[in-house]
Design a protein around this ligand. Structure first.
Ligand code: GH3
Ligand code: MG
Ligand code: MG
Length: 595
C-alpha cells in the first residue's frame, strides 16, 4: 500500500508513533492506576456491601427471633394466667359454697383441691396449691404436707417463699427460678411460674412452665432462619470465589466448606502468621473490621498461598460473627480486565494511527517525492523536465516555484554556456595568437615550429625561415608616438599575411620582430619572398594614428634554411636567421641577407 523508502515519511511517522506512544504511556501510567484504584475500591465496596446486607439480614433474623421469643413468652404467660384464673373462679365458687354450708367446709375444700390436682393442660402442665406456710397442698410431684420454705433453686434462691411474696403482695405475679425437669437431671432449666393469692383459705394457686420450651422453639426457628440465611449466603459470591461465613463463639455455623461447617474452628491455625485465625478474626471484628491473610482456595485446598481479605462484623443480637472474605486477586480481576482492554485498544490505536498516517503522509508527500526525483534528474544536467504541480497547497506552490527556478536556471545556464564558449574561444586565441596582429605568438610558434621541424626532417623536405625586423622603429615611436608604432606593426603583419602561402606560419616573435616559417621551401625561395615583402613594405605608406601624416618604413630580413645534418632543433635555424637579419642591419638595413 505504501513504501517506507522515503526518509521524510519515516521521520514524520516516527514523530507520530512517538506522540501516540507518549499518549499511550500517559494512559497506562497515569490514567490506568487511577481507574484501578477506583475499580478496586468499587469491588471492595461491593464486598463490604454484601457483608452489610448479610448483617442486616442476620440482624433482622435476630429481631424476628426476639419478637418470636417475646410473643411466645407473652402467649405462654397469658395461658398461665388464663388457666389460673379459671381455677381461681372454681375455688371462689367452692369457697362460697363452703360459706353457705359451713358443716361441709373441709369436704368442699378437699374436693376442689383434688379436682385441681387432676388438671393437666398443654405439654402435661399442672397446677399447684401451697398454703401461706409454704406447705404443699396440691402438687403432682411433691408430697402433700411437704414444707417448701427451705427448698432452694440451683442458684441458691428460695422458690416458694418468693411465689408467696409476689402473690400476697400484688395479688398475683410471675416468678422465675431454676429447676430440674426430672429428678436428677444434671441440666436444670429456667422455669416460669404464675401464682395467685387466695386469701379466703390463706393459700396460693399457681402453675408453671419451662422457659426451655420456648427456648427450644426459638432454637428451632433460629435453625430454620439460619438455614434460609445459609441458602442466601451460599448463592452469594464475593468476587469470583470469595464467600461469606458465619460463626459464633462455639462453632462455625455457616461455611461453604462442609468440613468446617459445624466444627469448632478456634484451633484453626492461620498458616501464614502462626496464629489462630479465629483469634485474628475476633480481634479484627473489634478493631478495623478488616483482616488480610494468606489462605487456600476451594479449588486448591490446603495450599495456603492466596492473599485474602476479610471484612468482619459482630452481630450482638445473635452473638454471631459474619465474615465476607474474598481473594485479593479476584477483586483486582475486573480492573485487570479493563486494564488489558485499554492496553489492547491503545495498541490498536497505535497500529491504526501508524497505518493511516503512513498512508496519508505518503499521499501528502507524493508531490514532494516527485519533486525530489525531478530535482535529481535536473541535478544530473537535464534541464528540460519540469515538476508536475497538481496540488494547490504549499507543496503545489513549491513545485510551481521550483519550475520557475529551473526555467531561470536553464536560461542562466544557456547564457553562461554561450559566454563560457566566447570566453574559451577568446582565451584559446589569446593562447596562440597575438592580439594586435592576430599572428601566432611566440609561445605557440615554438610549439608549431618544432612540429614542422620534425615533420620536415621525417619527410626530408626543405624548411626555411625568415626573421623580419622593422628598421629604426624607435624613431617611429619617438616621432609619431607609440600608437602609430602599433599601426606600423599591424601593417607589416597584414602584408606578411597577405603575401605568405597558406601553409606558411607567420608569427610575431617580439615587439617589432616577426618570423615567417616556410615549409617545403628552400632558402632561395624564401629569399625571393623576403625580398618581395621588403619591397612591398618599402613602398607602403601608413597613416599616423591621428591620420595627419603619412609614414613609410623599411624592414631588414634574415633568411635561413634547415640543415638536417647540423641542426638538431628549430632554435638553431632561428638563430641563423637572426644572425642573417643582424647582418642585414649592419650592412645598411632595408635588405635581405641569408645565412
Ligand atoms: P634597428 O633598426 O636597429 O632595429 O633600430 P630600432 O630602433 O628598431 O631598434 P630596436 O629594434 O632595438 O627597437 C625596437 C623598439 O621597438 C623598442 C621598443 O620601444 C619598440 N617597440 C617594441 N614593441 C612595440 C610595440 O608593440 N609597439 C610600439 N609602438 N613600439 C614597440
Ligand atoms: Mg628589433
Ligand atoms: Mg628594429
Amino acid at each position: 500500500m505504501f513504501s517506507l523508502n522515503s526518509k521524510i515519511v519515516r521521520k514524520i511517522l516516527a514523530i507520530i508513533v512517538f506522540l501516540v506512544s507518549l499518549y499511550t504511556i500517559a494512559i497506562v501510567f497515569l490514567a490506568l492506576p487511577r481507574i484501578d484504584t477506583t475499580i478496586d475500591k468499587l469491588e471492595e465496596d461491593n464486598a463490604k456491601e454484601i457483608l452489610q446486607q448479610i448483617v442486616v439480614l442476620t440482624d433482622s433474623v435476630a429481631k424476628n427471633l426476639e419478637d418470636f421469643k417475646k410473643e411466645s413468652l407473652s402467649q405462654h404467660k397469658k395461658e398461665l394466667k388464663d388457666i389460673v384464673s379459671i381455677v381461681y373462679s372454681m375455688m371462689e365458687e367452692a369457697y362460697i359454697k363452703s360459706i353457705a354450708n359451713p358443716q361441709d367446709k373441709d369436704k368442699i375444700k378437699k374436693d376442689i383441691l383434688d379436682k385441681i390436682s387432676k388438671i393437666r393442660y398443654g405439654n402435661n402442665n399442672y397446677l399447684f396449691v401451697i398454703d401461706y406456710n409454704c406447705t404443699v397442698l396440691v402438687h403432682p410431684f411433691v408430697k402433700k404436707g411437704t414444707n417448701m420454705k427451705n427448698v432452694l433453686d440451683i442458684k441458691g434462691e428460695p422458690i416458694v417463699p418468693r411465689m408467696l411474696k409476689v402473690a400476697r403482695e400484688f395479688g398475683e405475679g410471675f416468678t422465675r427460678y431454676w429447676w430440674s425437669k426430672n429428678n436428677g437431671d444434671p441440666h436444670p432449666i429456667e422455669k416460669l411460674s404464675y401464682t395467685k393469692d387466695f386469701p379466703q383459705w390463706k393459700m396460693i394457686i399457681g402453675t408453671g412452665m419451662y422457659i426451655d420450651d420456648i427456648q427450644k422453639e426459638v432454637q428451632k426457628r433460629k435453625q430454620k432462619l439460619l438455614s434460609e440465611l445459609k441458602d442466601i449466603m451460599k448463592s452469594t459470591k464475593v468476587g469470583k470465589t470469595g464467600y461469606i461465613y458465619i460463626f459464633d463463639t462455639n462453632k462455625m455455623l455457616i461455611h461453604p466448606n462442609e468440613n468446617i461447617e459445624g466444627k469448632d474452628f478456634k484451633k484453626f491455625k492461620n498458616p501464614g502468621k502462626n496464629s489462630y485465625i479465629y483469634d485474628d478474626l475476633i480481634k479484627a471484628a473489634s478493631t478495623t473490621g478488616v483482616l488480610r491473610y494468606k489462605w487456600d482456595k476451594p479449588s486448591d485446598k490446603g495450599h495456603y498461598v492466596y492473599d485474602k481479605i476479610s471484612w468482619i462484623k459482630y452481630i450482638p443480637s445473635m452473638k454471631l460473627y459474619v465474615v465476607s472474605s474474598a481473594y485479593v486477586s479476584e477483586l483486582k480481576e475486573l480492573s485487570r480486565c479493563l486494564h488489558n482492554k485499554i492496553l489492547r485498544i491503545a495498541v490498536l490505536i497505535l497500529l491504526l494511527s501508524f497505518i493511516v498516517s503512513a498512508y496519508y503522509i505518503r499521499k501528502l508527500l507524493q508531490p514532494i517525492h516527485e519533486l525530489a526525483k525531478t530535482a535529481e534528474v535536473i541535478a544530473k544536467g537535464n534541464y528540460n523536465i519540469r515538476a508536475i504541480a497538481q496540488t494547490d497547497d504549499e507543496i503545489g506552490k513549491l513545485a510551481k516555484n521550483f519550475n520557475i527556478m529551473v526555467d531561470t536556471l536553464q536560461d542562466h545556464i544557456q547564457n553562461l554556456d554561450k559566454k563560457v564558449q566566447e570566453k574559451t574561444d577568446a582565451l584559446k586565441s589569446l593562447a596562440v595568437t597575438d592580439p594586435l596582429t592576430k599572428l601566432y605568438n611566440r609561445r605557440y610558434f615554438a610549439e608549431i615550429s618544432t612540429e614542422l621541424f620534425e615533420l620536415a626532417k621525417r619527410e626530408n623536405q626543405p624548411l626555411s625561415l625568415m626573421m623580419i625586423d622593422i628598421d629604426k622603429f624607435k624613431n617611429i615611436n619617438d616621432t609619431y608616438g607609440h600608437q602609430t608604432g602599433d599601426v606600423v606593426i599591424e601593417k607589416l603583419a597584414s602584408v606578411m599575411s597577405k603575401m605568405k602561402r597558406e601553409s606558411d606560419i607567420a608569427c610575431r616573435y617580439g615587439g617589432e620582430e616577426f618570423i615567417l616559417l616556410l615549409p617545403k621551401t628552400s632558402k632561395d625561395g624564401a629569399t625571393k619572398l623576403a625580398d618581395r615583402i621588403r619591397e612591398t613594405i618599402e613602398y607602403t605608406k601608413v597613416l599616423t594614428h591621428d591620420s595627419n601624416k603619412e609614414v613609410s618604413f623599411t624592414i631588414s630580413v634574415g633568411v635561413s634554411e634547415v640543415d638536417f645534418e647540423k641542426d638538431t632543433n628549430i632554435e638553431a635555424v632561428i638563430k641563423r636567421a637572426d644572425d642573417a637579419m643582424y647582418k642585414a642591419k649592419k650592412t645598411g638595413r632595408n635588405r635581405v641577407c641569408s645565412l
